[in-house]
Design a protein. Structure first.
Length: 378
């Protein structure tokens, strides 16, 4: 089977699935549906990439960043379904036919949509599991607090639903700003986030921290929110997304960025973050197992601004962890070894992401996973 487009093709089976889910979609049914946000390491049906093009900020280095996207596409499509969102599906299809092995092509679906940029983690659906299927939550993406244009990216989820690439019940939360990179779930009712991001300007003011927590619990069907109050990366546009700093892992583990160099500008904040993580408890009252990641070596842009390189920005897929590397063999290997401790049953796959941090993001920022049963196979 060849790589395909998915237009408005909804089967009777799909309609029946969605209608059943609608019958129990009310908030009062949350206990019956056993609704939760799956952990990233739960079995997946696919991953979304939003492809770079010349009308994005990638234009000056489009060739280089496209090579990185091809590598990500290959590693994902070798293991599960891949949805590629792009305003130019014919061009992307031609490129993939030239560069990817034929065995990977049947796992790729192209979704046509206009885009401002490529950060699928933050404009993509946040998908909840229920006993009847899945809820696809569409939150507002406003360019990380109106820092960048996002009106096209904010419509991508709706375009994906129109083109029939996903199965599940659409849930409109466009009156609330929430980016996928700002939250982590253990699949057991705990959400990890940062107060610096969720309380940042131009997100959801005038809501208080307490009001935000209540909404997060309600929207994500979570039992509790763990707020990380410290930690930042120089050059970060996201106001300290959790996926740049600390990540929930299997077996009540948190892997996090550490800094051992007292001369580094991150040292004090990351030390405070580490101390706060030591005080966190699992949902049954035990300390988390903590695994430190090395601080990536400093990388600067042409203007001398430090770029937000972080090993915490990895993606878990079926059977593998795609890990960003930054052309520092010693630190890259250290990070790989620490990640292997957190995911002993997964293959750790290094991907050179030096080009991605030119636009202040990395591997996890470029991707959004979907639980098993959501992505429709071509």
């Amino acid at each position: 089977m060849a790589l395909q487009y998915r237009l408005t093709t909804t089967t009777i089976e799909d309609l029946t699935y969605d209608m059943k889910l609608k019958d129990v979609a009310g908030p009062e049914q949350s206990e019956i549906r056993q609704t939760y946000l799956p952990a990233e390491w739960a079995r997946q049906s696919g991953v979304q990439l939003t492809w770079p093009h010349e009308d994005t900020d990638w234009a000056p280095i489009l060739k280089e960043v496209t090579e990185c996207y091809i590598r990500m596409a290959l590693e994902i499509a070798e293991r599960e379904q891949l949805i590629i969102v792009t305003p130019k599906p014919k061009e992307v299809e031609q490129l993939l036919r030239q560069r990817l092995p034929k065995r990977a092509l049947p796992n790729i679906t192209l979704c046509e949509a206009a885009t401002n940029d490529t950060w699928a983690r933050d404009h993509g659906f946040i998908t909840l599991q229920t006993s009847m299927g899945h809820l696809l939550l569409d939150f507002q993406f406003n360019g990380w607090g109106r820092k960048f244009p996002a009106e096209l990216d904010n419509q991508i989820c709706r375009r994906m639903m129109e083109q029939g690439v996903l199965r599940g019940q659409y849930e409109d939360h466009l009156d609330f700003v929430l980016e996928g990179g700002s939250i982590e779930s253990d699949g057991k009712g705990t959400i990890l986030t940062t107060s610096k991001c969720l309380l940042a300007p131009n997100r959801n003011q005038p809501l208080t921290k307490e009001e935000l927590e209540e909404r997060l619990k309600r929207y994500l069907h979570a039992e509790r929110i763990l707020w990380l109050d410290y930690g930042y990366l120089a050059g970060d546009d996201t106001d300290s997304h959790i996926d740049t700093l600390a990540r929930l892992c299997p077996n009540d583990t948190i892997i996090y960025v550490s800094c051992a160099d007292a001369r580094d500008e991150h040292y004090e904040e990351l030390h405070r973050m580490e101390e706060q993580l030591k005080g966190f408890r699992t949902i049954d009252g035990r300390p988390f197992r903590l695994i430190p990641l090395p601080m990536a070596a400093p990388v600067f842009d042409a203007d001398g601004q430090r770029l937000p390189a972080t090993y915490a920005n990895f993606l878990v897929i079926n059977g593998a962890v795609l890990m960003p590397t930054y052309r520092n063999p010693e630190l890259d290997e250290q990070a790989k070894a620490q990640l292997q401790q957190a995911f002993p049953k997964h293959e750790i796959v290094p991907i050179d992401c030096r080009v991605l941090i030119e636009q202040h993001g990395s591997l996890h920022c470029c991707t959004m996973q979907f639980p098993q049963g959501v992505v429709r196979k071509v």
